[in-house]
Write a protein that binds this ligand. Structure first.
Ligand code: ADP
Ligand code: MG
Length: 727
């Protein structure tokens, strides 16, 4: 038997485990029967609310009109009765603090009735407003610690739902979270504000095209979530995974992903059972998950829903992450959401598919068959191109985190340089526009396969480009730089806001040019499109985003290459950002500054924890294993020498040298950790980036080399091979 005791115990536990699988029988209950069963959705509201109340509430939800407090009182009672009938004893305002996680504080419905008993109570006031203590949530300097008051405010547009637990259920109400002074302390508030900004500006373009309606133009989002699953026995034997969600040590396994046999491969049966239960739970919550598959790396998977209104998609995305984590445990696995849990193995992202439109006008980013004639589409598409060009640094900042830096900027998908991929057909139209006007659209051709049984197969007008961080994919843009552990709201807020600004710019220009003569519209649009195509051509790139040549070319084009979070987070408080966010009431200067502080602080904290873990594991697990092996080798060498045997001390010398290097590198890491880290958040973050990270890398390099030498039965940490391939 090889492998340390802890590792072998983990492996035998995996072999012998009996998983108490929750048998799912979709032949008894169909998926559509359970879909949304735990949601206080439109159908339930229609059934439970008086007609006039329902109408008023729907007006608020659909057209964003102000909520009538009397309506809230009636809704509260209906919501409570519905929840109690489904086993709820408590309710909670769910909110999304700037940690990127989900927060909840539960309260019981019970109130004393004055006669020694209790009644269930839930008023409109409690539905609309809660008051959790805000002092333990990051505020980035928005208030003093003693000013602890914070409010959670009902987001009427995101439906309430019930969370099940073996011991009962809880009514969950999605809310915003603000400070006593009215500043947003959360991720949701700016999403809602930015959606309003986008709606207001996009309506102006529609008006020019003669479309006027009260229907809200909503941003939509479809986030594809990648994640790793490893057995919990390994997870617990790995203090780095347990505390930092990524392995800080681990030599590259002999077999990695080079056979390219993982992507879309057969899903292991335990994983498939897990996925089915995740999906069932998400169906109950009305989350339309659709796609499941193996991802590129071993032990990596993906789940993707059908897109929804951005605000709801964002709330649902949080629930997807919570559910993946919770269900994995039931199946004896741990779900790792970190962007780079295993060095040298593909990392995880969360592709954010984004578009905007509504039921009246459809999807405004749908080009139709002949995009060159679809002026409305071209305007909106060009607005996106312009926005990304002018704010590419900010877009990069919206996905900045210590963990996501391991993907962006490293030699992996996608690059930190933001560019827009348009695809063949659209790029051709774009090129024509630069010359003054577009006359044709390349036709999607038909694939001829040489197999007679097949009908003609239409080919998409554009191929995919997996190396682009921001790609047009048929009827939406796909922002691929979002990290797998992140909330999608950061990207959504920036996209909605900068595109609102671009549309504002375009609408203002067109309104001036056209004046009261709508007949001039077409010529004016073509003129504006042609100007914009010329002005913003630098951001359009259809080639290989990973190549060296692109890095050079991008620099020539003046595109920022903000490799790290430390380089990009300050974009949040740049003059241009502050002006844009203020103009559209999405975030004030103070709110932006607080975010910058929080994200820099989080960056420092994550690396600080990792560095501490590293010294602990290095000293208490790896060093002891190494010296034990060293002493074994030394003894053998001495014994052999004593009997006059001629031998080579190569391995002993190597191990001895590495043991010394390990000690030295740990001391060096201690030293930088004890060093003065800088007076500002930014200076401190730079210190972690430039001083602490290299010291950590040095420790790792030595330790990983030792892993290849030390006797396997002494090696304390589960190896990459074990974690990634034993399923
Ligand atoms: P792929 O991996 O091929 O990019 P997936 O099917 O895994 O595609 O995911 C695509 C995501 O994009 C899904 O969540 C899908 O619902 C979403 N999506 C499709 N159309 C739109 C749209 N118009 N706006 C926003 N998201 C969209
Ligand atoms: Mg996908």
């Amino acid at each position: 038997m090889s492998g340390s005791k802890a590792r072998m115990a983990a492996i035998s536990a995996i072999i012998n485990q009996k998983i108490d699988v929750n048998p799912l029988n979709f032949s008894d209950v169909s998926a559509d029967e359970i879909f949304g069963q735990n949601v206080f959705n439109t159908a339930v509201m229609k059934e439970k609310l008086p007609k006039s109340i329902f109408k008023s509430l729907m007006k608020t939800i659909d057209e964003k009109s102000s909520l009538n407090p009397e309506v809230a009182d009636i809704v509260a009672v209906a919501m409570k009765d519905w929840a109690i009938a489904r086993g709820a004893t408590h309710y909670t305002h769910v909110f999304y603090p700037l940690t990127g996680l989900t927060a909840e504080k539960h309260d019981s419905f019970l109130a004393p009735d004055g006669a020694g008993g209790a009644i269930s109570e839930f008023s409109g006031k409690t539905l609309i407003q809660g008051e959790p203590d805000a002092s333990s949530f990051p505020n980035g300097g928005l208030r003093e610690t003693f000013e602890a008051r914070g409010y959670t405010l009902w987001d009427v547009t995101s439906p309430a739902y019930i969370m099940e637990n073996a011991n009962g259920t809880t009514l969950c109400i999605p809310t915003m979270f603000i400070s006593w002074t009215g500043e947003a302390l959360d991720k949701k508030t700016p999403v809602l504000r930015s959606m309003q900004a986008l709606n207001a500006q996009a309506q102006r373009i529609l008006k020019l095209f003669g479309v006027e309606s009260d229907a809200f133009l909503s941003a939509s989002a479809g986030p594809e979530q990648e994640y790793f699953l490893i057995d919990r026995n390994f997870y617990y034997a790995r203090p780095d995974l347990l505390n930092a969600d990524r392995s800080l040590f681990g030599a590259k396994p002999p077999k990695g992903q080079e056979f390219e046999d993982q992507y879309f491969g057969a899903i292991p049966s335990r994983v498939l059972s897990f996925m089915m239960e995740v999906e069932r739970e998400l169906f109950k919550l009305g989350i339309p998950v659709k796609t499941r598959h193996n991802e590129v790396a071993p032990a990596q998977y993906e789940i993707a829903p059908i897109y929804e209104s951005a605000n709801i998609a964002s709330d649902h995305q949080q629930l997807v992450m919570v559910t993946l984590k919770a269900v994995a445990k039931k199946y004896g696995m741990e779900c790792l959401m970190h962007e780079k849990p295993f060095a040298g193995i593909n990392g995880s992202g969360k592709h954010l598919n984004w578009s905007f439109g509504n039921g009246v006008v459809g999807n405004l980013l749908d080009p139709g068959d002949t995009p060159h004639e679809n002026l409305r589409f071209l305007l909106f598409c060009m607005a996106v191109v312009r926005a990304v060009h002018l704010h590419s640094g900010l877009l990069r900042a919206s996905v900045a985190s210590a963990s996501n830096d391991h993907r962006l900027g490293a030699n992996e998908a996608p690059p930190a340089i933001l560019s827009v991929y348009l695809g063949e057909q659209l790029n051709d139209v774009f090129e024509q526009l630069k010359g003054g006007g577009a006359k044709s659209s390349k036709k999607a051709s038909v694939i001829k396969l040489g197999v007679d049984t097949l009908p003609p197969i239409p080919k998409d007008a554009g191929d995919r480009n997996r190396t682009s961080p921001f790609a047009f994919t048929g009827n939406r843009f796909e922002f691929r730089a979002v990290g797998s552990s992140q909330s999608i709201s950061g990207g959504l807020v920036v996209l909605n806001t900068i595109v609102a600004e671009s549309i504002d710019f375009i609408a203002t220009r067109l309104e001036k040019m056209v004046g009261k003569a709508p007949a001039k519209l077409n010529d004016a649009v073509i003129k504006v499109l042609s100007e914009l195509a010329k002005e913003h051509e630098a951001i359009v790139f259809n080639g290989d985003g990973y190549s060296e040549a692109w890095h050079e070319e991008a620099a020539k084009r003046g595109l920022p290459n903000l490799k790290t979070s430390v380089d990009s987070i300050p974009e949040l408080t740049k003059k241009q950002t502050v002006a844009t966010f203020k103009k559209y009431n999405v975030l004030s200067a103070a709110e932006l500054e607080s975010r910058q502080n929080i994200y820099l602080e989080q960056y420092c904290k994550s690396i600080n924890v990792e560095a501490k873990l590293m010294t602990k594991i290095g000293r208490t697990m790896i060093f002891p294993a190494a010296i034990r092996y060293q002493s074994e080798l030394a003894k053998t060498c001495a014994d052999l020498k004593a009997v006059g045997y001629k031998f080579d001390t190569n391995t002993l010398d190597k191990v001895t040298a590495l043991v010394k290097e390990l000690q030295d590198s740990l001391v060096a890491l201690d030293k930088v950790m004890d060093g003065k880290k800088g007076a500002s958040h930014l200076a401190e973050a730079r210190y972690y980036l430039e001083k602490v990270m290299p010291a950590m890398n040095a420790v790792r390099e030595v330790a990983d080399e030792l892993e290849g030498l030390v006797a396997d039965d002494l090696w304390p940490l589960p190896t990459y091979q074990e974690m990634l391939f034993i399923k």
